[in-house]
Ligand binder design. Structure first.
Ligand code: GLV
Ligand code: MN
Ligand code: MN
Length: 412
């Protein structure tokens, strides 16, 4: 075991995670820390303070992506990058995203303590708006960093309170004007993201480490149905244009479109907004989101492309608008990173298995830029996007040791 791996501290990492979990804490150990909010800024300040204690440099780019950097011995060498996100779902847990950032900081801390400097710099990134819970879609930071979409393309996206993404981003950059700026984009040597699995497999199979081979493709849509509001007591059904009844028809038809006897396909309607939203008025408007995922690009394209037609055919009275808000094709990770993670896990005596990720991650958008991979650690019952999300300190530390060794090898 190299000295940096031995210097990884389970306790320090856990303490930092628990300190982060107080920022935006909600009932039952949950966390609600939306991106580009005051809570997000507090969490970032805490991270910046810890990074400076170990001599790491800090910078931020035009997408408010936060970077911590430990220099290597080689001049001008491309960095090995790790990290994840610090924002949570509105009813989120203590580990999704933040674990990968704190694990990256633990790598830098362990290298600092062991006084080890690989040839290449190591950078820890905290991507902006991975979750998409406040501003949809998620992964805006990594999409703009990789050149997939310019950050300005998201400026007019509104949060549930009507605040523009562009304004929230400008507010964040103003609040962090004291941090050095760096250009948006880059060409790292490699990217490795540590994350809780968010699924049940590692725990069920009693494995310590998931060697992630790739990520399912995802498509998000917002469907808006427009009818007429009317009095619930006096208006005969035959005269109604009821947006909620049409929404029920549309979702029923979509469930048939998305039926998959093998249970590989993931189809979720997770957000419904109804107007005027009173019990004695017929709904004039109903809008709902679709989150659809599949590992096979052809299925993702064929069924996703059928969504609008299926909705229009199912609806009887309402006007229909279907907007696609997110489109990420399935990705496969690079053998350079996947094999390095596996070597590190095996060398450390971890029980490990190769598996794909059903959740999307910023890593998905880094794939076209540099060799990319991910490390999963188990989480209890696979629960995530839920206050009950939990991983043992020892499980989190095992993932960080594998991350340390993987980054040391890549950066050497
Ligand atoms: C990310 O949080 C996802 O929804 O997969
Ligand atoms: Mn996440
Ligand atoms: Mn998440």
């Amino acid at each position: 075991m190299n000295q940096a791996v031995a210097a990884v501290s389970e306790q320090r990492q856990w303490n930092r995670l628990m300190a982060m979990a107080t920022i935006g804490a909600i009932a039952d150990n949950g966390v609600n820390r939306a991106c580009l909010t005051e809570l997000d800024r507090q969490a970032r300040r805490l991270l910046v303070g810890w990074a400076r204690e170990i001599g790491a440099s800090v910078s931020v780019d035009a997408a408010a992506i936060l970077w911590l950097r430990r220099e290597g011995t080689g001049p001008d060498a491309a960095p090995a990058v790790t990290g994840s996100h610090m924002d949570t779902q509105p009813n989120g847990g203590r580990f999704d995203g933040i674990y990968g950032v704190i694990a990256g900081l633990e790598v830098l801390t362990a290298l600092h303590q062991a006084a080890e400097a690989p040839r290449r710099p190591i950078e820890v990134v905290a991507w902006t708006n991975e979750e998409g819970g406040r501003f949809a879609p998620g992964c805006m930071g990594s999409m703009s960093w990789s050149g997939y979409r310019p950050i300005d393309a998201f400026a007019d996206v509104l949060d549930p309170d009507g605040i523009r993404f562009g304004d929230a981003l400008a507010g964040q950059l103003d609040a962090e004007a004291d941090l050095p700026r760096r250009p948006l984009g880059g060409q790292p040597l490699a990217y490795v993201e540590a994350h809780i699995e968010q699924g049940p497999r590692l725990e069920a199979e009693a494995r310590d480490i998931g060697i992630v081979t790739g990520i399912l493709g995802s498509r998000w849509f917002t469907v808006t149905l427009t009818g007429d509001t009317a009095h619930a007591g006096t208006t005969p059904l035959a005269l109604r244009r009821d947006a909620v009844q049409d929404m029920v028809r549309a979702i029923g038809a979509l469930n048939e479109l998305m039926h998959d006897p093998d249970d590989v396909l993931r189809f979720t309607v997770g957000r419904i907004v109804v107007a005027p939203n009173t019990s004695n008025s017929v709904a004039s408007r109903a809008s709902f989101t679709i989150d659809f995922r599949h590992p096979d690009k052809n299925v993702l394209l064929a069924r996703g492309d059928a969504v609008e037609h299926v909705v229009r055919r199912a609806v009887r009275h309402a006007g229909v608008s279907v907007q696609e808000t997110f489109h990420a094709l399935p990705v496969e990770f690079s053998p350079i990173v996947v094999d390095a993670v596996e070597r590190a896990a095996v060398a450390q005596g971890c029980g490990c298995v190769r598996l794909p990720s059903g959740a999307f991650h910023d890593a998905q958008f880094v794939v076209p830029v540099c060799p990319t991979g991910m490390i999963f650690v188990p989480c209890r019952k696979g629960i995530s996007h839920n206050p009950a999300e939990y991983s043992e300190p020892v499980q989190l530390a095992a993932g960080t040791r594998v991350l340390t060794q993987t980054l040391s090898e890549l950066a050497s």
